[in-house]
Design a protein. Structure first.
Lengths: 244, 490
């Protein structure tokens, strides 16, 4: 579904992303983890043609992302608040996205109806604009909007951050179901290792822009990741902490 | 303590995003400021002699007569523009400052605001001229201080009534009504107010009244702020009750309708675009200055077309100038959603065209000035739709300053939006039609001039698809830079 070849992004002398080859098959639930500055958001932004690759390209379902716009109909994303239109109510926002994706009101109503649990009564009919919702509720609205119109690729940057525990658990269920039953390719990044290991069948670890681990999730994955992030890369820091 | 505040202020000023423009623009801005300072100072010095020349016995009396409108205008302007000092209070709340100090500091900040000290450029030289001309020094000084006290009263009144539209608009209507009454000699408020202002000069101690008023207002503002300094009190950002709107009648425009709906909500629900659109309405009346002899140069034939372009171009010039920056806060969404770039640009074009058509209909009151006046405006509208709308969109590709929708602060021009490319692109909007008109006017007749201008508009309209292809290319080329720029906070 998504082929990444020789992709790199440099700002001045600093290379923030350098991926030689990365294939993400259709229907996979793909997790991306890494510390701050590892290049997760850069990779997602490149996938959405929001920044220009320095070298290489991403081919999404046969469409080269930085030269054609044809990936837009089957790809959707929620990266951050800049994907929300603050002066709309959540309903208006959903209908707006729906119209862009060729869904009529009834389609959208049906879809958001199925997320009633997820919204927990805090999104719909609140008489509030999106800009006035709390961060967590904004995120809920943004995530659900990215499911509108049966996209084949869904990209979510840090979807678990800011969510309350109940919603985190529900989101995990939703994401698993998307990949397993609807054959949707789901790309998720997270700082929370237990969440990604639980949801994603494959986990790629980025460090300073490079792929350092590509793991098929198993029972041992969480431990492996914890060991990696605990010390593998920062032995000095761990040593200092242990001394204290 | 005060030192900390000053230090913060200093940093927030010199590290603000708008200050980090390049050196050339800074120098240009410097010259701009200098120009206004000198112009105001000259006005201050010259006003005395100008008024005298115009045949008024006592310039001070003349100034006093119209001061009420000056002060009302100042208040009006402040209400729309001056930002409240609450914005930076939050991070100070839990630090070991006394609350009263924070409030004094915030109010103090408004005292040194641009809205207060600019008045000095007029009043200071004017007062000095009065002294030189042999007016009673004590009277002049008292008058001067009384006026400044009043200006500062406006400052604190504004702090107190900030964002209370229900207070503001009736008063604004009242003042405008009084002005109209005076113009038609129905009722003259200045007869009453002038004597008050005169009193400051003739009976010096009366100047203590506005000063006392100022002190009172300061403490009122102080108490108001202090008692409201809670996150769920005065520092809370206001939430309006939202109502979902369908605007289904726009669905017939298909994909365009989706965007138009959004743009209408954008204008209705956000302070800044709303102000800009209201201002653009004022352009409708700009034509009244032409042909009426109000300003002499404007009676020249070539200036007529200049006026005609402005009458219907209000929306295009004010709102259009910031396309696509209106969408800056969610530009990433627009760029990654299922939207063709071309459709996006076209929807903005439609918005501009629809607004221009509405202005053209509204401008039909110019028919009172004869069919020719309205025909000129129609020609201007054709040019605006066919030609200027494209130029505006083209300029938009280079506008890279994010717009903060909820704040009015920069509604009257944005330094960053004012770059070389947009400036160059704004020239053809006005100069080109004048040149085209002149070509027809001087070679054949004024009718030919109008026909030429209209033809230019029709040509632009006819080739719009090719023009769009070009514009689309430029937008695509600039896309990444634009996204990057919009990520910076306004």
């Amino acid at each position: 579904m998504i082929h990444t070849q020789n992709l790199s992004k440099t700002y001045g002398a600093a290379t923030v992303l350098n991926i030689e080859n990365l294939e993400i098959p259709k229907g996979q639930c793909f997790g991306l983890v890494g510390n701050n500055g590892a290049g997760k958001t850069t990779f997602f932004s490149l996938l959405l043609d929001l920044i220009e690759p320095t070298t290489g390209q991403i081919i999404n379902n046969g469409v080269q992302v930085n030269t054609s716009e044809d990936w837009k109909p089957f790809t959707s994303a929620f990266i951050d608040e800049s994907f929300l239109i603050g002066y709309l109510t959540p309903e208006e926002y959903f209908y707006f996205i729906g119209e862009l994706r060729g869904q009529n009101k009834a389609d959208v109503d049906a879809l958001i109806g199925s997320f009633e649990d997820f919204f927990h009564g805090e999104i719909l009919n609140q008489k509030k604009y999106l800009r006035d919702l709390s961060k967590g509720n904004q995120k809920k609205a943004g995530i659900v909007a990215s499911f509108i119109g049966k996209p084949e690729v869904v990209i979510l940057d840090e979807p678990f951050a800011n969510l309350d525990p109940t919603t985190q658990i529900r989101l995990k269920g939703i994401l698993k179901n998307l990949a397993a039953n609807q054959n949707t390719t789901v790309l998720v990044s997270s700082h929370d290792l237990s969440h990604v290991t639980e949801v994603c069948e494959r986990i790629v670890v980025l460090n300073k822009g490079e792929v350092v681990k590509d793991i098929k999730t198993s029972a041992a994955t969480l431990k492996e990741l914890e060991v990696f992030f605990a010390g593998g890369d920062f032995p000095e820091a761990v040593a200092v902490l242990e001394e204290e | 303590m005060f030192k900390h505040f000053l230090n913060l202020q200093w940093k927030s000023f010199f590290r603000s995003a708008s200050f980090k423009t390049n050196l050339a623009i800074k120098i240009l801005m410097g010259f701009g400021v200098l120009y206004f300072v000198v112009a105001f100072a000259f006005l201050g010095v010259g006003a005395y002699f100008l008024i005298k020349e115009a045949g008024y016995e006592d310039p001070l009396l003349f100034v006093n007569k119209y001061l009420i409108y000056y002060i009302a205008g100042d208040l009006f302007f402040r209400y729309l523009m001056q930002k409240m000092p609450v914005t930076n209070i939050k991070p100070l709340l839990y630090l070991p400052f006394k609350k009263s100090q924070v409030v004094h500091y915030s109010l103090g900040k408004t005292v040194v605001s641009f809205f207060n000290w600019t008045h000095a450029f007029f009043f200071l030289p004017f007062s000095i001229v009065l002294l030189v001309q042999g007016y009673n020094p004590l009277g002049v000084i008292a008058w001067h201080f009384a006026l400044f006290a009043l200006i500062y009263c406006s400052n604190f009144i504004n702090v107190l009534v900030n964002n209370k539209d229900s207070v503001f608009y009736p008063i604004a209507a009242l003042v405008i009504g009084l002005g109209v009454c005076q113009y038609f000699n129905l009722f003259d408020i200045t007869e009453y107010t002038a004597s008050i202002f005169n009193a400051f000069y003739t009976i010096s101690w009366t100047a203590l009244v506005p000063i006392a008023l100022l002190v009172g207002l300061y403490y009122a503002a102080f108490n108001y702020f202090k008692s409201n300094m809670y996150l769920d009190g005065g520092l809370q950002t206001k939430h309006t009750v939202a109502k979902s709107e369908n605007l289904e009648w726009l669905d017939r425009f298909g994909n365009m309708g989706t965007f138009l709906k959004n743009d209408i909500k954008l204008i209705k629900r956000n302070k800044r675009p709303r102000t800009v659109v209201i201002m653009s309405g004022l352009f409708l009346f700009y034509g009244l200055l032409f042909g009426s002899g109000a300003i002499e140069v404007y009676d020249g034939p070539i200036w007529q077309i200049f006026g005609a372009i402005f009458v219907t171009g209000g929306f295009l010039f004010t709102f259009g100038q910031y396309v696509p920056s209106w969408d800056s806060s969610y530009y990433q969404l627009m760029m990654s959603q299922n939207i063709k770039y071309r459709d996006y640009i076209r929807s903005k074009w439609y918005l501009i065209v629809i607004a221009t058509l509405i202005s053209t209909v509204l401008a039909s009151f110019y028919l009172f000035f004869g069919i020719n006046a309205y025909l000129a405006i129609l020609v201007g509208a054709v040019y605006n739709i066919g030609f200027n709308s494209h130029i505006v969109l083209l300029g938009g590709a280079y506008v890279k300053s994010p717009v903060d929708l909820t704040s009015n602060k920069k509604a009257f021009g944005d330094k960053q939006a004012f770059n070389m490319k947009t400036m160059l692109l704004s020239l053809p909007k006005l100069l080109l039609p004048m040149l085209i008109f002149a070509a027809g006017y001087y070679t054949i007749s004024d009718t030919a001039g109008y026909i030429f201008v209209a033809l230019a508009g029709i040509l632009g309209f006819a080739f719009r698809n090719r023009v769009f292809t070009q514009i689309e290319k430029i937008y695509k080329k600039e896309k990444y830079k634009t996204i990057h720029a919009y990520k910076q906070k306004a």
